[in-house]
Design a protein around this ligand. Structure first.
Ligand code: SF4
Length: 121
């Protein structure tokens, strides 16, 4: 009897971001930012770090810090007309967005991957 195939992502996910925004918009999530990333993003916004943390981040129940999202669940740095406003300085999570199971909904929506996925399988 042959073994059942593993999940479609078992070999890793390789993609090139096309800035489609599908993983930045439309559903609630966490975009983790560390202290070094906050320093860079705050400077880019010409804000002091305390003001940046207050205005652009939220502390999660486990103590990690996430970027805030808008009422429609778009990332606070996503602009429908322009895309990511901080793309060159985007957090590590945004650069490797699909490498954790919790981010699989984003992978489903990723146009470069374009993989039809049954998450219940
Ligand atoms: S920082 Fe940019 S790349 Fe990251 S989730 Fe927000 S809009 Fe998307």
């Amino acid at each position: 009897m042959s073994e059942l195939p593993g999940p479609w992502y078992q070999g890793g996910l390789r993609f090139e971001c096309t800035r489609c925004g599908n993983c930045c918009t439309g559903f609630s999530g966490t975009v983790t930012v560390n202290d070094a990333e906050i320093t860079v993003l705050a400077a880019r916004q010409e804000m002091d770090e305390a003001a940046f943390r207050e205005r652009c981040t939220r502390v999660m129940s486990d103590g990690t810090v996430s970027l805030r999202e808008k009422p429609n669940y778009d990332c606070i740095f996503w602009a429908r007309e322009h895309g990511c406003l901080v793309y060159e300085d985007r957090p590590t999570q945004c650069r490797a967005s699909f490498h954790t199971p919790s981010r699989l909904p984003a992978a489903v929506a990723c146009s470069p991957l374009g993989v039809p996925v049954d998450l219940a399988a």
